[in-house]
Design a protein around this ligand. Structure first.
Ligand SMILES: *Cc1c(COP(=O)(O)O)cnc(C)c1O
Length: 404
């Protein structure tokens, strides 16, 4: 078990309050700019990384409160918030790499991250090598000393919940290492404690946790975060104060929400494992997960996601999604509502056929993000909807029947 501060729940409630005055709720600073007055050293304010009282693209007090809280929860010196998870990821990649740089990346990545690395990066002359990051040693073996600037991984990875060994990632010397820890949140794992340089979150998901904010954040050493700020202020994708306020409000209850979502996901995954209508049920807390030992070693909570394959392929998956009554069809995760998504047509819709195959995504793949409804209601809804997939999709396919 990696060290987890026993007071993470307490940190989540107490952090990010230094500039709140007496307000219990985070004050919302909607201003785009600050009066500087006549006798202030404006040049100093304009060039101070993260300065919260100069101009909104440089920093904002509400955003700074969210950043402080996330940094404390990740055990980081500093954090920097962005308008989205992709804003954070693109700042890391484009802020650290130049023409001629080499990146080693997991091929198990969120679709947008994969597209950023294979599209714009190639166009800018940044060379990316994709590897199967579940294979021990794969990331470090692909590092080219002197040329590799960045190693990019995601764990658990969207959508099949493959894991990356964080100790192994953190032990890589030379390039900067970054992990997208969105699916884990700080309650699931704390990558910096394993020696990883940067941790990125789409706080849009479980951190903000209510489907009402679009928000990203990156945490790491103060030096590295200040360097990234120097790019971010030019990139121009800072977090909106309103979304940062919702993000901070989300962090206050993240522990209870994430624990319940983890318990529900585990119960759902276990209920699905016996059914003939599904294949390859995946959740990092299942004993059948190919990296179950690694999950036990590096994760404190395994999160609210379950992914599986609907037997019968794309047509059966479509019937399954259409037959759900409580579970909603939408392309996000980590909120109070249980959501189903069909990665091939949503989160990974921009990938080419061979990229989908490499990522292990087929037409029958579905991903469920467990919300906060009664777990029994969620499991019933999924079971009932799976019954409707028993119709043969085509005359050549055998009829599939659910056993429960
Ligand atoms: C959603 C997601 C992102 C992108 O975040 P946005 O806030 O939508 O930009 C990145 N990584 C993972 C793992 C995600 O689930």
């Amino acid at each position: 078990m990696s060290p987890l501060s026993p007071s993470l729940d307490t940190i989540a409630v107490t952090a990010g309050r230094t500039a709140s005055g007496g307000s219990l709720a985070p004050p919302l600073w909607t201003t785009s700019t600050f009066e500087l007055g006549g006798d202030v050293d404006a040049r100093r304010l304009a060039t101070t990384p993260g300065e919260a009282r100069f101009y909104g693209r440089h920093g904002n007090p509400t955003v700074a409160a969210f950043e402080d809280a996330v940094a404390q929860m990740e055990g980081a010196e500093a954090a920097l918030a962005f308008a989205s998870g992709m804003g954070a990821l693109s700042a890391v990649v484009l802020g650290l790499c130049s023409r001629g740089s080499h990146i080693v990346a997991a091929r198990q990545l969120y679709g947008g991250a994969r597209q950023l690395l294979s599209g714009p990066c190639a166009r800018f002359g940044i060379d990316v090598t994709f590897v199967d990051a579940t294979r021990p040693g794969a990331l470090s073996e692909a590092v080219e000393p002197g040329r590799t600037v960045l190693v990019v991984a995601e764990s658990p990875a969207n959508p099949r919940l493959d894991l990356v060994d964080l100790d192994e990632l953190g032990a890589i010397q030379g390039p900067f290492t970054v992990v997208d820890s969105t699916f884990a949140t700080p309650f699931g794992q704390r990558p910096l404690a394993h020696g990883v340089d940067l941790v990125v979150h789409s706080a849009t998901k479980a951190m903000a946790g209510h489907n009402d904010a679009l928000l990203g954040v990156v945490c790491g050493s103060r030096d590295l975060v200040e360097w990234l700020w120097g790019f971010a202020v030019l990139q121009g994708a800072p977090a909106s104060p309103f979304d940062a306020m919702n993000g901070l409000r989300g962090l206050r209850t993240l522990g209870v929400r994430f624990r319940q979502q983890t318990a529900t996901a585990l119960a759902l995954a276990e209920a699905l494992e016996g059914l003939a209508a599904v294949r390859e049920v995946r959740h990092p807390g299942l004993a059948s997960h190919p990296q179950a030992d690694l999950a036990r070693r590096q994760m404190q909570l395994t999160g609210g996601l379950v992914s599986f394959e609907v037997a019968g392929g794309a047509d059966a998956a479509r019937r399954f999604v259409a037959a759900l009554r409580l579970v909603r069809h939408a392309a996000s995760l980590g909120g109070p509502e249980t959501l189903v998504c069909h990665p091939a047509s949503t989160s990974h819709a921009g990938l080419r056929e061979e990229e989908l195959a490499e990522a292990g995504i087929s037409g029958g793949s579905v991903r469920i993000s467990c919300g906060l409804e009664d777990p029994a209601d969620i499991i019933d809804d999924v079971r009932n909807a799976l019954r409707s997939t028993a119709l043969p999709a085509s005359p050549t396919e055998p009829a599939l029947t659910a056993t429960a």
